[in-house]
Design a protein around this ligand. Structure first.
Ligand code: GDP
Ligand code: MG
Length: 302
């Protein structure tokens, strides 16, 4: 049997549904999802394994204009995701009209010389009579190789999309073992799940100001011990995270622990701390520490 394998970068503006799509196709949660923009900060590979193919999907931070060191790092991640892939797929929210920011997103697609797909997402919430005019509008802006309406949430349209991707990917043996579904180390995944729960359970400006670093990840016989620290920028944010009498922290910890136990299949003891580090998003050293590829390099040097 022919076997196809390759890399596909999923690009798009914040909130288009990139992470939702990658999780849906991989069948495991590899990237955290929230209704707030700019949740994804690093590029993440999710691996879709089939009998006839292995597709490595690269989830990326949303395309936006860079301000802080963190923003620049995020756009660097997008740039590295596009580098050397077989196909680029731009995902857009089909419930919205074509906007100026979409032109900016197209600029990123133009950097790529291979086939570019357009995915019109959230068709579960889109009026069907909106789709054709929207497709025309996008096609006028850029000559996409293929256009697929999909719902990352329900999976509608994704079988056709995956079939088309596979036909375009080169014949090549699998790059990863067939039981592997992400390239992320578990301790980074743990930090991400903890951050997701904090984003989902708190409000206001906190999502952007919070980072999570795992200080300890100790696998025992029956118990996995995880100690992690939240970094926020101000005392007030620390207060929000901790909550009245520690109630918020407890809620975040419980939600994160339950999900991680399901994901990793072990009992977990989770300890969380909060530190204030003013303007960490503007601090290059701190932003670097959030990048697990950099962390791994550092660990192997030690
Ligand atoms: P990203 O920033 O592009 O990674 O977007 P996310 O995957 O984090 O999704 C942003 C929001 O859109 C979340 O609230 C998702 O649940 C929602 N979303 C993503 N895909 C769909 C979809 O196909 N249909 C609907 N109705 N919502 C979606
Ligand atoms: Mg995302």
């Amino acid at each position: 049997m022919e076997f196809h394998s390759g890399f596909i970068a999923i690009l798009g503006r914040p909130n288009a549904g990139k992470s939702t799509l990658v999780n849906k196709l991989v069948g495991h949660k590899v990237a955290i999802v929230s209704p707030r923009p700019q949740t994804t900060r690093n590029r993440i590979q999710g691996i879709l394994n089939r009998e006839d193919a292995q597709i490595v999907l690269i989830d990326t931070p949303g395309i936006h204009r860079a301000g802080t060191a963190l923003d620049r790092q995020m756009m660097q991640e997008v740039s590295q995701a596009v580098d050397g892939v077989d196909i680029v797929s731009l995902i857009v929210d089909a419930t919205e009209d074509f906007q100026a920011a979409d032109r900016h997103a197209i600029e990123w697609v133009k950097r790529f010389s291979g086939p570019a797909y357009l995915l019109l997402n959230k068709i579960d919430r889109t009026r069907k009579d909106r789709l054709l005019p929207l497709i025309d509008r996008w096609q006028a802006a850029y000559d996409f190789e293929e256009i697929f309406p999909v719902s990352a949430l329900t999976g509608e349209g994704t079988a056709e999309l995956v079939g088309s991707w596979i036909r375009r990917l080169p014949e090549h043996p699998a790059y990863f073992p067939a039981d592997q579904y992400t390239d992320q180390p578990e301790r980074f995944l743990a930090a991400e799940i903890i951050r997701e729960k904090a984003i989902l359970l708190t409000r206001d400006e906190l999502p952007y100001a919070v980072a999570v670093l795992v200080d300890d990840f100790e696998e025992g016989e029956k118990l996995l011990k995880i100690r992690a620290t939240f970094y926020v920028e101000r005392e007030g944010q620390k207060g929000i995270l901790i909550g009245r009498g520690g109630s918020m922290m407890k809620e975040i910890g419980t939600a994160a622990r339950k999900e991680l136990e399901k994901l990793l299949g072990v009992k977990i003891f989770l300890e969380l701390f909060v530190k204030v580090q003013a303007n960490w998003r503007g601090n290059r050293a701190m932003v670097k520490q959030l990048d697990w590829r950099w962390q791994l390099e550092k660990m192997s040097e030690e």
